[in-house]
Write a protein that binds this ligand. Structure first.
Ligand code: PEP
Ligand code: MG
Length: 465
């Protein structure tokens, strides 16, 4: 048995396909693994050294039962992609590529983070029955797809979705999402062998915006860098010692004006087809937001002169992903139309713990008092300024944190499309006064473990009422 980090819920049972990455001087070789992946039989359990975001994209066209990786954390970008595909997954399971061989039967428990190799027949029976229970609960959740989002006292909330392509929008509509709170545009760039042109981007964005049928969609500008490197090096990234602290998000965009302007032009032109907002990733100071806005205004002028249509009232907001942005959120909010808290990165940067590194995964928790305090102040500062604030990191769909966020004053949650019903059910179980009391109590606690335990007890009491 191997223990790891539960990344994507569900239980997978299948035959192992082991894919070991060898490190070459330029990093792991995705192309070699990609070739092997494409030859993998349907229904296999992938046992891998590492699944990069690029390789996770390859899984879209395959049908695998589960994924197990030696490396990675629960909010690494590849984990988010695997979760969005509904594939059960466990990351950070040390030794699996050595201990498991091609053809071994494997059970992957993505709910608790365990992997069982060569299970006995009674173990297979037990997990098949757990898998059925999980599926039954998923069926019970179906009715929440079409319900209004409200807390037990009637307080209204909204559940938006995090998507990265047109399929994500269709899943959002299927699962009862009320809009897109985060459209990650980097996948368009990651899956291309050249920098997508303005016209190519316009085609993609406008198709998605039209599919939204006037529902709100927040499109995030390119958040490349960090663990989202581009294969084929068409961006020719300089090798960085600390990629997560380096040239990513808005820093890359402001330093590559041609690429940024082409994306902004395409986004603005797509805004003529629906209810689009633009969101900027990785902002850490006010100057960045001012520079972005002045570029957007300049481009608006160009588009007007060229006779292109765009939404003149388009809203421009920022992700709150750095402790710096959170610390100045009372001032930053005046430069923005809205905030969205990227809790995955906010935890990473607040705790100085790489979100993809299994050795520091124990620090990577939104329950950390420092993180909770930052999130509380960001929500308060946006609410005080009368501007919308959402959370679009994984915390927004964590049933243990949802009531705390609601208690802090959050009303907009942006989650993976598959998690809309569960998030809505969770909100429906709490009254606002209960959530406020819980939120007030947990910010007074001094450790993440105390916070987790306190919420667990509160939830247990609630389920016994
Ligand atoms: C986040 O950091 O929480 C977020 C939503 O952005 P991403 O996961 O794409 O970095
Ligand atoms: Mg982020």
């Amino acid at each position: 048995m191997y223990s790891g980090i539960a990344v994507s819920k569900g239980i997978g049972i299948g035959v192992a396909k082991v894919l070991k990455s060898e490190q070459d001087p330029a990093g792991y070789s995705d192309t070699k693994i990609e070739r092997q992946l494409k030859l993998t039989a349907p229904g296999a359990v992938l046992v891998m050294t590492e699944l990069t975001p690029y390789l996770a994209g390859v899984l879209k066209n395959m049908s695998v039962s589960a994924v197990v990786c030696e490396t990675g954390g629960a909010t690494s970008h590849s984990a988010l992609l695997v979760k969005a595909m509904g594939i059960p997954a466990v990351y950070g399971a040390e030794g699996v590529t050595e201990g498991i061989a091609d053809g071994d039967t494997v059970i992957v428990d993505g709910i608790n983070g365990f992997v069982y190799e060569k299970p006995a027949p009674d173990q297979i029976r037990e997990f098949s029955s757990r898998k059925k229970d999980y599926q039954k609960d998923q069926e019970r959740l179906v009715r929440f797809r079409s319900m209004k989002t409200e807390m037990a006292c009637g307080t209204e909330c909204k559940i938006f979705c995090n998507v990265s392509d047109h399929l994500g929008v269709l899943k959002m509509l299927d699962n009862g999402g009320e809009g897109v709170g985060l459209y990650r545009t980097e996948h368009l760039f990651l899956q291309s062998d050249h920098i997508p042109t303005e016209e190519e981007q316009l085609r993609t964005y406008s198709t998605i915006v039209k599919a939204m049928d006037d529902r709100p969609i927040v499109i995030r500008t390119l958040d490349i860098g960090g663990d989202k490197a581009v294969p084929g090096n068409y961006f020719s990234f300089e090798k960085e010692e600390n990629p997560f602290l380096g040239y990513r998000g808005v820093r890359f965009s402001l330093g590559n004006r041609k690429i940024f302007s082409a994306q902004l032009r395409a986004l603005l032109r797509a805004s003529a087809y629906g209810n689009v907002s633009i969101m900027i990733p990785m902002v850490s100071c006010i100057e960045e937001m001012r520079e972005v806005k002045s570029l957007i205004y300049e481009i608006c002028g160009e588009l007007r002169d060229e006779g292109h249509e765009y939404d003149e009232d388009i809203k421009i907001g920022t992700m709150i992903e750095t402790p710096s942005a959170a610390a100045i959120s009372d001032m930053l909010i005046h430069e923005c139309d809205f905030f969205s808290v990227g809790s995955n990165d906010l935890v990473q940067y607040t705790m100085a713990a790489d979100r993809g590194n299994r050795n520091v995964a124990y620090l990577h928790s939104v329950n950390q008092p420092s993180v909770l305090r930052l999130i509380r102040s960001v929500i308060k500062n946006a609410n005080d300024a009368g501007k919308p604030v959402s959370v679009c990191g994984e915390a927004a769909s964590d049933p243990m944190i949802i009531p705390v966020l609601a208690g802090f004053g959050l009303r907009y949650f942006s989650v993976d499309p598959l998690l809309v019903p569960e998030t809505r059910r969770c909100l429906s179980e709490w009254r606002l006064d209960e959530a406020q009391k819980l939120a007030e109590d947990v910010v007074g606690l001094s450790t993440a473990a105390d916070v987790r335990e306190y919420i667990k007890v509160a939830m247990r009491k609630k389920s016994q009422q």
